[in-house]
Design a protein around this ligand. Structure first.
Ligand SMILES: Cc1ncc(COP(=O)(O)O)c(C=O)c1O
Length: 387
């Protein structure tokens, strides 16, 4: 049996949806994009929203629209996909890394506070693996220091925190529609804001410095960050499937939790209080995680590591060196990479695929205990609470 890491949930509905772009002969950003935008604003409750070609550019656009650039520092979690920090660097600002919590690897408030300097312009929490960071504490901290918050909600479309949608707490929130997201358009991104000035900047920055197409007079300087109606048509269909995608992903998580409940070497991440969850992956913390992944890979189960800590990324070595921080300041992101495994959580994952994965994990630990896998020994993993 094969178990892929990611499988977009695309079918005839999406195929039908893009047909009208051909029959209406409208493929650039147009009516479908307007409808997709309206539906996304309805879902998130945000007042304004603009598309970008992908999530990375959505963050880049949000940072630019919020006026962040050279000389500014933006605090980002040390544990996130590199795009969070890349976007900061690409607007000319400096990403400053802060450790994450040990229970679910979201931005840690104390670590974040310890990184605030005179130059800190923004905090950018990244809502990891389909749950929302501790936004109450982050907003309080930011307000106390007069710093803005830009949310990387790339993995958190459809996820609420105490009833309010991810991405709506700070100045702006950014989403990705990449193929592994709960709502995909293949590639795509979206920025939301309630701030009219940021909304104006978003619009002009993405549309060659003007309000709309059709005029060749450009009051400002801008890019072309438009999407196509073909992508929007897919996105609209995907959005309709989001509640069912959520149900299925949560079902897969529950199957994993039930099946692995008696495996002492495996733990699940604690749900952040107040946060809902749409599992982006099925995340486990496991003993001998990297060996287990190899074992799964040999049995055609595609497991993936957690994200590599940003302070260790070759691309950021110079920034880290200049900042004077040391590896000891990131125990939890380091632990996450060493022990974390992303199991799949795609909507069409069958109970059979989950059970096969569970059997392979159990088999691995049984063999280690019986000394059948030479060189591997069990240690007691740090306790991560189940939720
Ligand atoms: C946390 C996070 N931020 C940003 C991105 C970038 O999104 P994209 O791949 O659409 O550029 C991703 C993509 O997976 C992500 O997971």
């Amino acid at each position: 049996m094969k178990v892929p890491q990611v499988q977009p949930w695309l079918g005839l509905d999406e195929y039908e949806a893009i047909k009208s772009c051909f029959t209406d002969n409208w493929v650039t950003e147009g009516p479908k994009s307007s409808e997709f935008r309206a539906r996304l604003l309805e879902l998130t409750g945000a007042e304004f929203g603009e598309f970008a070609p992908n999530g990375t550019l959505a963050i880049y656009l949000a940072l630019m629209a919020a006026g962040i650039g050279h000389g500014d520092e933006v605090i980002v979690p040390d544990f996130t996909f590199i795009a969070t920090a890349n976007a900061v660097a690409m607007v000319g600002a400096t990403p400053v890394f802060a450790d994450v919590t040990s229970t679910n690897f979201q931005l840690d408030i104390e670590a974040c506070e310890s990184r605030i300097t005179r130059r800190t312009k923004a905090i950018m929490p990244a809502h990891m693996y389909g749950m929302v960071s501790n936004m109450d504490a982050i907003m309080k901290l930011a307000n106390r220091h007069g710093i803005m918050v830009i949310e990387d909600a790339a993995q958190a479309l459809g996820v609420n925190y105490y009833g309010k949608h991810a991405g709506t707490f700070g100045k702006a929130g950014c989403f990705s529609f990449f193929a592994d997201k709960a709502v995909t358009t293949g590639e795509g991104g979206f920025v939301i804001t309630d701030d009219p000035e940021v909304a104006h900047n978003l619009k002009f920055l993405r549309n060659q410095g003007r309000e709309d197409r059709g005029s060749f007079i450009h009051p400002e300087i801008g890019f072309n960050f438009r999407m196509t109606d073909i992508h929007a048509a897919i996105g609209l269909t995907q959005l309709g499937k989001l509640p069912e995608a959520k149900r299925r992903k949560l079902q897969a998580l529950q199957w994993f939790k039930n099946g692995l409940a008696d495996v002492e070497e495996v733990h699940f991440l604690t749900l952040e209080p107040g946060s809902e969850r749409i599992p982006f992956r099925t995340c486990i913390i496991a003993e001998q995680a990297h060996e287990l992944m190899k074992y799964m890979d040999a049995r055609e189960i595609q497991a993936r590591t957690f994200f590599y800590p940003l302070h260790k990324q070759p691309a950021f070595l110079k920034i880290v060196e200049e900042s004077g921080v040391t590896s000891e300041e990131f125990p939890n992101s380091t632990y996450a990479y060493d022990h974390g495994i992303c199991l799949p959580a795609f909507p069409e994952m069958s109970e059979g695929q989950v059970n096969y994965t569970i059997d392979v994990i159990k088999d691995f630990y049984a063999r280690i205990s019986a000394w059948v896998l030479p060189g591997l020994r069990l240690h007691t993993p740090r306790k991560i609470l189940r939720s």
